[in-house]
Write a protein that binds this ligand. Structure first.
Ligand code: GLN
Length: 234
């Protein structure tokens, strides 16, 4: 392998519902075709996260119970995570992880679960309802379509500097009201898509890997990596 990337899997032993860990398999699959080795490390409770030690970060989703536990711990990683994000580090966050990057999430029982506020969104809860089902969105800039499956109680509202990952064509999205789904902020992608998102939407995996390679190897000729064709068969 010519290249190697250090990947942090945030709270991988706690937030890993609906096959979210499959995103790492998809990243490995595409990374291999880009001559790139991934060294994946779970960073969980009481572990140190140092922004400079990682080239790519994945943060999955989970139940409110686990999210509350993570919420208490992630406060100690807030500064370094915010630094990583502000410096343009690539990060993919799904559902619970996406919620925890924002200011707070009001859980299904009304409990306020604080996030790190690195991104400006916040998440409210629905009364006795969840958004569940297949979803299709379209990104306005790239015109890429993303397919997925959503299952969440939270209703997320985007804030300053945040663009949606896509506009909802069918399904519910961030909040069921404004047609937005997910977020793009600097090189952070957030989404409610389980499934996992990267197996069905390889172009996103490619964006993340290319960004990580460009940051780590600014002098490298990445022509072969950029030319990689993504086959999406669904
Ligand atoms: N517990 C959160 C919610 O219901 C996140 C769920 C998830 O990650 N699937 O909105």
């Amino acid at each position: 392998m010519n290249y190697s990337l250090n990947v942090a899997h945030l709270y991988g032993n706690l937030l890993n519902t609906y096959g979210d860990n499959g995103n790492l398999l998809a990243l490995k699959y595409y990374a291999k075709q880009m001559n790139t080795d991934l060294n994946i490390k779970v960073i969980s409770l009481d572990d140190e996260f140092k922004a400079d030690n990682f080239d790519l970060v994945f943060f999955g989703g989970g139940q409110d119970y686990e999210q509350l536990i993570v919420s208490k711990d992630i406060a100690s990683k807030k500064d370094e995570l915010t630094k990583y994000i502000d410096d343009g580090g690539p990060l993919l966050a799904i559902c619970g992880g996406y919620q925890l990057l924002g200011h707070y999430y009001i859980g299904a029982n009304g409990e306020k679960i604080p996030g790190i506020g690195a991104l400006d969104h916040y998440t409210l809860s629905q009364d006795n309802n969840r958004f569940i089902g297949n979803i299709l969105i379209k990104n306005k800039r790239t015109h890429e379509e993303y397919h997925g499956f959503e299952n969440h109680n939270g209703m997320t509202f985007l804030g300053k500097g945040e663009e949606p990952l896509g506009i909802v064509e069918s399904g519910h999205g961030n909040n069921g009201q404004d047609k937005t789904e997910g977020v793009i902020y600097k090189n952070v992608y957030g989404s409610y898509f389980h499934g996992p998102i990267l197996t069905r939407n390889g172009s996103l995996a490619k964006h993340l890997l290319i960004t990580a390679l460009e940051r780590k190897y600014p002098q490298a000729d990445l022509t072969q990596q950029r030319a990689l064709k993504i086959s999406e068969t669904f």
